[in-house]
Write a protein that binds this ligand. Structure first.
Ligand SMILES: CSC[C@H]1O[C@H](OP(=O)(O)O)[C@H](O)[C@@H]1O
Ligand SMILES: Nc1ncnc2[nH]cnc12
Length: 290
């Protein structure tokens, strides 16, 4: 029997492929939103279809400030994904969330500001809710998978999304702590917003690699991140496989599957046909009804 789940995995820094995929094939998927980060590795684990996209491309040629998150989310939707599990390297803003721990993200503070953050706009304006930005069902399963892989967990984390590619100043890092952020990264926004617009439940596992620069005299550098990532990534790979193997046979529908339901505000006679054509995958469910 085929599973109702098609899981999109977005691999962050240090995670450029996944293990254990059967019938695996890298497939180029075109998007009207431009070039995605890479081809999509399509395969299955058991009877679950898996679609893996390395966020920065294989070999990490694409920086966080250059990501085309619209194309990345669009191709995962085109590849049939029902749900997305994203993995990111993150800095810690809390003493107790030490490098090596895995943070299950529950909230975001979005300070990204240079990347397009919506599929919608002039000719089809839509406002989806981001009050609860991640899918609780996926996050719970992600936490169980990390635990099963013997990873140390921090649940309920707030992720500060900065633009990058430079790391933060000490003043920024201290300010983000005061704002209540727990971990920091450069990529999960606008990715999570776009996944919501595309009606795909999204969860994020942050692999903690460093303490950023808020602690006296310390400052993060790439060497530190890469060294810690090498230690973390085997647990992350194991957790991904466990997550997929533990999916229930059935998939109850989620409210996120219908996020666009009451989100569009533009009157039908003002709709832009070009934009609507580009939204064939992202909003296909809604547009096919109208
Ligand atoms: C190599 S450290 C900075 C880099 O790592 C994170 O990327 P990702 O979320 O894709 O794992 C961070 O956001 C930066 O892009
Ligand atoms: N300290 C940090 N700041 C931003 N992104 C990161 N990714 C990993 N560590 C980070």
């Amino acid at each position: 029997m085929t599973s109702p789940w098609t899981i999109g995995i977005i691999g962050g820094s240090g995670l450029y492929a996944i293990e254990g995929l059967e019938d695996a094939q890298w497939i180029a998927i075109e998007s009207p939103w431009g070039k995605p980060s890479d081809e999509v590795l399509c395969g299955r684990i058991g009877d679950v279809r898996v679609r893996f996209l390395p966020r920065h491309g294989r070999g990490h040629p694409i920086g966080p400030d250059e990501l085309n998150s619209r194309a990345n989310i669009d191709v995962l939707k085109r590849a049939g994904c029902t749900d997305i599990l994203a993995i990111s390297a993150v800095g810690s803003l809390r003493e107790e969330i030490e490098p090596g721990r895995f943070a299950i993200v529950e909230q975001f503070i979005d300070r990204s500001n240079r990347k397009p953050n919506s599929f919608f706009g002039s000719g089809l304006v839509a406002h989806v809710s981001m009050a609860d930005p991640v899918c609780p069902r996926l996050s719970e399963m992600a936490a169980a998978a990390v635990k099963g892989a013997k990873g140390k967990l921090a649940t309920g984390a707030t992720y500060l999304a900065m633009e990058g590619p430079q790391f933060s100043t000490r003043a920024e890092s201290r300010m983000y702590r005061e704002w209540g952020a727990d971990v920091i990264g450069m990529t999960a926004m606008p990715e999570a917003k776009l996944a919501r617009e595309a009606e795909m439940p999204y969860a994020l596992i942050g692999m903690v690699t460093d303490y950023d620069c808020w602690r006296d005299g310390e400052a993060v550098d790439v060497g530190q991140v890469v060294a810690q990532m090498q230690i973390n990534s085997q647990i992350a790979r194991d957790a991904v496989v466990r997550f997929i193997n533990a999916l229930p046979e059935g998939r109850q529908s989620s409210p996120i599957d219908y996020a666009l339901e009451d989100a569009v505000i533009t009157a039908p006679d003002q709709h832009d046909a070009n934009l609507i054509a580009k939204l064939d995958a992202v909003a296909g469910r809604l547009l096919s009804q109208s």
